[in-house]
Design a protein around this ligand. Structure first.
Ligand code: GUN
Length: 295
């Protein structure tokens, strides 16, 4: 079997186009262009690339992207003050604090994310938005899992009644992904929901057998090529969320070449899930602007 490549880059381009059209209509109705404020603390090269890409994507969609930079040693108090200033600024619709915060500087990440106004929380990291998602009445959906739902929907891959295994229990991807696919209905209707979900992690006994039982396998662990072909059920759909730098190459959490021999469809790295995260961030920023203009 040679797996079909699920082209996240193409789907992300479609979504960005759609958001761009909706932004045009919103602005034509007399509203100001939506505005996303990104906060970048320190000089982490990967974070700088992400924030630059976000700013560019905003611009192309007609969204104003502002980047606020603080030195790595700015400290908790100054970062909190900036978040509160952005909360109070009526011209800012969405706030994103780029993670991870610099290590060795004593930042309390939880306190910072808790401080973001839930109506401007386009990452959907605030406890209010996580709680609403858990209860099946989400306001904002977290960008990476929402991108995966969109990708499955547009590739006409149903999850309903299927066994889905999510590997990795992070707050950003694994936990919300599991929750979204287990709901009765999601942003793309009941077909990309209603799954029987297993949330596997580092203490899962016989991880290989657990993965091999899944019709849809979602790898979000951050370990280069740890999911090998023998861990994949023949004909399964494989979604690879990992972006790991190995030497000068980017590789996923899945051994791509091996998995292609077994899976029916798979996302590549790069060009799979990654581009969808930014597309859904634009979607959330427009949604935030609409929510705020209605309140
Ligand atoms: N760092 C890696 N992914 C993300 C994300 O989705 N949002 C933020 N704020 N930081 C990240």
């Amino acid at each position: 079997m040679m797996a079909e490549k699920l082209d996240g880059k193409q789907v992300a381009a479609e979504i960005r186009e759609e958001v761009g059209e909706q932004v045009k209509q919103f602005v034509a109705s007399g509203a100001p262009a939506p505005c996303l404020a990104a906060v970048l603390v320190g000089e982490d090269p990967a974070s700088q690339v992400y924030v630059r890409n976000k700013a560019r994507a905003c611009e192309k969609a007609g969204i104003e992207g502002r980047t606020h930079r603080l030195p790595a040693d700015a400290g908790q108090k100054q970062l909190l003050e900036l978040v509160n200033q952005l909360n109070a600024d009526p011209t800012v619709n969405g706030i994103l604090v780029q993670l991870p915060l610099p290590s060795g500087q004593d930042y309390d990440e939880r306190e910072i994310l808790d401080a973001v106004d839930p109506l401007k929380d386009v990452d959907a990291f605030s406890p209010v938005n996580v709680g609403l998602l858990m209860q099946g009445r989400p306001r904002f959906l977290p960008c990476t899992p929402h991108g995966i739902v969109q990708l499955l929907h547009r590739a006409k891959i149903s999850c309903s009644g299927k066994k889905v295994c999510v590997v990795g229990r992070s707050d950003i991807v694994g936990k919300p992904m599991a929750m979204m696919l287990a709901q009765k209905s999601g942003s793309c209707g009941p077909d990309v929901a209603n799954a029987t979900v297993t949330l596997a992690h580092s203490r899962t006994a016989d991880l290989a057998a657990t993965c091999r039982d899944a019709d849809i396998l979602i790898a979000a662990v951050g370990r280069p090529e740890m999911i090998t072909a023998d861990m994949i059920k023949p004909g399964a759909v494989v979604i690879d969320v990992g972006i790991n730098r190995v030497g000068d190459k980017l590789v996923g959490d899945v051994d791509y070449a091996g998995a292609c021999e077994v899976a029916s469809a798979i996302t590549p790295v790069p060009g799979g899930v990654g581009p969808l995260t930014i597309a859904m961030l634009l979607h959330n920023t427009l949604m935030a602007a609409k929510l705020q203009s209605a309140s």
